[in-house]
Write a protein of this length. Structure first.
Length: 210
Protein backbone atom coordinates (compact mmCIF):
# COMPACT_ATOMS: atom_id res chain seq x y z
CA UNK A 1 0.00 0.00 0.00
CA UNK A 2 1.60 3.26 -1.11
CA UNK A 3 1.37 6.42 0.98
CA UNK A 4 1.85 9.67 -0.91
CA UNK A 5 2.70 13.14 0.34
CA UNK A 6 0.10 15.02 -1.67
CA UNK A 7 -3.62 14.30 -1.84
CA UNK A 8 -4.46 11.56 -4.32
CA UNK A 9 -7.88 10.70 -5.67
CA UNK A 10 -8.36 8.28 -2.77
CA UNK A 11 -7.91 9.14 0.91
CA UNK A 12 -8.18 6.79 3.86
CA UNK A 13 -8.73 8.08 7.40
CA UNK A 14 -7.40 5.29 9.59
CA UNK A 15 -7.24 4.57 13.31
CA UNK A 16 -3.91 2.80 13.72
CA UNK A 17 -5.09 0.67 16.63
CA UNK A 18 -8.56 -0.31 15.39
CA UNK A 19 -9.18 -3.73 13.87
CA UNK A 20 -11.92 -2.15 11.71
CA UNK A 21 -9.38 0.19 10.09
CA UNK A 22 -6.84 -2.62 9.91
CA UNK A 23 -9.11 -4.89 7.85
CA UNK A 24 -9.49 -2.16 5.21
CA UNK A 25 -5.73 -1.54 5.17
CA UNK A 26 -5.22 -5.23 4.42
CA UNK A 27 -7.53 -4.98 1.40
CA UNK A 28 -5.75 -1.85 0.18
CA UNK A 29 -2.40 -3.61 0.48
CA UNK A 30 -3.71 -6.79 -1.14
CA UNK A 31 -4.93 -4.75 -4.12
CA UNK A 32 -1.80 -2.59 -4.28
CA UNK A 33 -3.88 0.59 -4.15
CA UNK A 34 -2.07 3.92 -3.88
CA UNK A 35 -3.89 5.93 -1.23
CA UNK A 36 -3.25 8.96 0.90
CA UNK A 37 -3.49 7.62 4.43
CA UNK A 38 -4.34 10.02 7.22
CA UNK A 39 -3.63 8.62 10.68
CA UNK A 40 -6.31 9.70 13.11
CA UNK A 41 -7.33 9.22 16.72
CA UNK A 42 -10.97 8.28 17.14
CA UNK A 43 -11.12 10.36 20.33
CA UNK A 44 -9.69 13.42 18.56
CA UNK A 45 -10.57 13.13 14.85
CA UNK A 46 -9.11 15.67 12.42
CA UNK A 47 -11.32 18.60 11.46
CA UNK A 48 -11.31 17.58 7.80
CA UNK A 49 -12.98 14.29 8.69
CA UNK A 50 -16.13 16.06 9.88
CA UNK A 51 -16.30 17.82 6.52
CA UNK A 52 -16.87 14.53 4.69
CA UNK A 53 -18.32 12.14 7.29
CA UNK A 54 -21.48 13.20 9.19
CA UNK A 55 -20.65 10.67 11.93
CA UNK A 56 -17.03 11.80 12.27
CA UNK A 57 -16.14 8.10 12.56
CA UNK A 58 -13.18 5.92 11.66
CA UNK A 59 -12.35 4.38 9.31
CA UNK A 60 -13.49 6.59 6.45
CA UNK A 61 -12.61 6.14 2.79
CA UNK A 62 -12.88 9.00 0.30
CA UNK A 63 -12.68 8.26 -3.43
CA UNK A 64 -13.27 11.49 -5.32
CA UNK A 65 -16.94 12.35 -4.60
CA UNK A 66 -17.68 9.07 -2.86
CA UNK A 67 -17.40 8.86 0.93
CA UNK A 68 -17.69 5.50 2.73
CA UNK A 69 -17.72 5.10 6.51
CA UNK A 70 -18.54 1.44 7.11
CA UNK A 71 -15.63 -1.00 6.87
CA UNK A 72 -17.53 -3.89 5.24
CA UNK A 73 -18.86 -1.54 2.54
CA UNK A 74 -15.33 -0.20 1.96
CA UNK A 75 -13.92 -3.70 1.58
CA UNK A 76 -16.51 -4.77 -0.98
CA UNK A 77 -16.21 -1.48 -2.85
CA UNK A 78 -12.43 -1.86 -3.12
CA UNK A 79 -12.84 -5.45 -4.28
CA UNK A 80 -15.18 -4.35 -7.07
CA UNK A 81 -13.27 -1.20 -7.98
CA UNK A 82 -9.96 -3.08 -8.16
CA UNK A 83 -11.00 -6.58 -9.27
CA UNK A 84 -7.56 -8.20 -9.21
CA UNK A 85 -6.91 -10.22 -7.19
CA UNK A 86 -10.57 -11.01 -6.42
CA UNK A 87 -11.34 -11.28 -2.70
CA UNK A 88 -14.87 -12.65 -2.95
CA UNK A 89 -16.02 -15.79 -4.76
CA UNK A 90 -17.39 -15.44 -8.29
CA UNK A 91 -20.64 -17.37 -7.84
CA UNK A 92 -23.64 -15.78 -6.05
CA UNK A 93 -24.19 -18.60 -3.53
CA UNK A 94 -20.53 -18.63 -2.48
CA UNK A 95 -20.47 -14.82 -2.28
CA UNK A 96 -23.58 -14.86 -0.09
CA UNK A 97 -21.98 -17.43 2.22
CA UNK A 98 -18.85 -15.27 2.54
CA UNK A 99 -20.97 -12.22 3.37
CA UNK A 100 -22.84 -14.21 6.00
CA UNK A 101 -19.58 -15.35 7.60
CA UNK A 102 -18.38 -11.73 7.71
CA UNK A 103 -21.69 -10.75 9.32
CA UNK A 104 -21.27 -13.48 11.95
CA UNK A 105 -17.69 -12.40 12.65
CA UNK A 106 -19.03 -8.90 13.25
CA UNK A 107 -21.81 -10.08 15.55
CA UNK A 108 -19.73 -12.61 17.47
CA UNK A 109 -15.98 -11.98 17.43
CA UNK A 110 -16.03 -8.22 16.91
CA UNK A 111 -18.76 -7.75 19.50
CA UNK A 112 -16.69 -9.62 22.07
CA UNK A 113 -13.54 -7.70 21.15
CA UNK A 114 -15.34 -4.40 21.55
CA UNK A 115 -16.59 -5.52 24.98
CA UNK A 116 -13.05 -6.42 26.04
CA UNK A 117 -11.63 -3.12 24.85
CA UNK A 118 -14.42 -0.80 25.96
CA UNK A 119 -16.14 -2.28 29.01
CA UNK A 120 -15.36 -0.89 32.45
CA UNK A 121 -16.63 -4.04 34.13
CA UNK A 122 -13.96 -6.60 35.02
CA UNK A 123 -16.61 -9.32 34.95
CA UNK A 124 -17.70 -8.39 31.43
CA UNK A 125 -14.09 -8.25 30.22
CA UNK A 126 -13.26 -11.61 31.80
CA UNK A 127 -16.37 -13.28 30.40
CA UNK A 128 -15.87 -11.80 26.92
CA UNK A 129 -12.19 -12.80 26.89
CA UNK A 130 -13.04 -16.39 27.80
CA UNK A 131 -15.84 -16.58 25.23
CA UNK A 132 -13.73 -15.11 22.42
CA UNK A 133 -10.96 -17.61 23.08
CA UNK A 134 -13.45 -20.49 23.06
CA UNK A 135 -15.01 -19.32 19.79
CA UNK A 136 -11.62 -19.02 18.09
CA UNK A 137 -10.35 -22.38 19.31
CA UNK A 138 -13.69 -23.89 18.31
CA UNK A 139 -13.10 -23.15 14.62
CA UNK A 140 -9.59 -24.65 14.62
CA UNK A 141 -10.62 -27.90 12.84
CA UNK A 142 -11.73 -25.88 9.79
CA UNK A 143 -8.11 -25.17 8.90
CA UNK A 144 -7.24 -28.83 8.66
CA UNK A 145 -9.43 -28.88 5.53
CA UNK A 146 -8.86 -25.42 4.04
CA UNK A 147 -5.83 -23.16 3.53
CA UNK A 148 -7.94 -20.14 4.51
CA UNK A 149 -11.27 -19.64 6.26
CA UNK A 150 -13.69 -22.06 4.53
CA UNK A 151 -11.79 -21.48 1.29
CA UNK A 152 -8.64 -22.44 -0.57
CA UNK A 153 -8.22 -18.78 -1.55
CA UNK A 154 -7.53 -15.68 0.55
CA UNK A 155 -10.79 -13.68 0.80
CA UNK A 156 -12.41 -10.75 2.58
CA UNK A 157 -13.29 -13.17 5.37
CA UNK A 158 -9.59 -13.59 6.13
CA UNK A 159 -9.15 -9.81 5.98
CA UNK A 160 -11.70 -9.54 8.82
CA UNK A 161 -10.26 -12.36 10.90
CA UNK A 162 -6.55 -11.50 10.62
CA UNK A 163 -6.65 -8.24 12.65
CA UNK A 164 -8.50 -10.02 15.47
CA UNK A 165 -6.06 -12.92 15.61
CA UNK A 166 -3.12 -10.51 15.54
CA UNK A 167 -4.47 -8.71 18.61
CA UNK A 168 -5.01 -11.79 20.78
CA UNK A 169 -1.83 -11.39 22.91
CA UNK A 170 -2.72 -7.76 23.66
CA UNK A 171 -6.16 -8.97 24.80
CA UNK A 172 -4.62 -11.51 27.15
CA UNK A 173 -5.68 -14.47 24.98
CA UNK A 174 -3.10 -17.22 24.56
CA UNK A 175 -3.72 -19.96 21.99
CA UNK A 176 -1.38 -22.73 23.12
CA UNK A 177 -0.06 -25.31 20.73
CA UNK A 178 -1.89 -28.61 20.83
CA UNK A 179 -3.21 -31.23 18.46
CA UNK A 180 -6.51 -29.33 18.38
CA UNK A 181 -5.00 -25.91 17.67
CA UNK A 182 -2.14 -26.82 15.32
CA UNK A 183 -4.07 -26.12 12.11
CA UNK A 184 -5.29 -22.78 13.51
CA UNK A 185 -1.78 -21.72 14.54
CA UNK A 186 -0.43 -22.70 11.11
CA UNK A 187 -3.17 -20.58 9.54
CA UNK A 188 -2.25 -17.63 11.75
CA UNK A 189 1.43 -17.93 10.82
CA UNK A 190 0.49 -18.02 7.13
CA UNK A 191 -1.69 -14.91 7.49
CA UNK A 192 0.87 -12.91 9.42
CA UNK A 193 3.67 -13.74 6.97
CA UNK A 194 1.58 -12.62 4.00
CA UNK A 195 3.13 -9.58 2.31
CA UNK A 196 -0.10 -7.59 2.27
CA UNK A 197 -0.62 -8.19 5.98
CA UNK A 198 2.88 -7.01 6.85
CA UNK A 199 2.39 -3.90 4.70
CA UNK A 200 -0.91 -3.16 6.43
CA UNK A 201 0.49 -2.99 9.95
CA UNK A 202 0.82 0.34 11.68
CA UNK A 203 3.66 0.97 14.13
CA UNK A 204 1.22 0.62 17.03
CA UNK A 205 -0.03 -2.71 15.70
CA UNK A 206 3.48 -4.08 15.31
CA UNK A 207 4.07 -3.32 18.99
CA UNK A 208 1.08 -5.50 19.93
CA UNK A 209 3.22 -8.58 19.35
CA UNK A 210 6.60 -7.43 20.62
Amino acid sequence: MGVVAKRSSMTFFSDNTSHYSHRVRIVLAEKGVTVEQIEADAAHPPAELSEVNPYNSLPTLVDRDLVLYESKVMMEYLDERFPHPPLLPVYPVARAKSRLIIHRIGKDWCGLMDSILNSRSDNVVSKSTKELRERIVGIAPIFAEYDFFMSQEFTLVDCCIAPILWRLPSLGIDIRASKQTKALLDYMDSLFERESFQESLSEQEREMRL
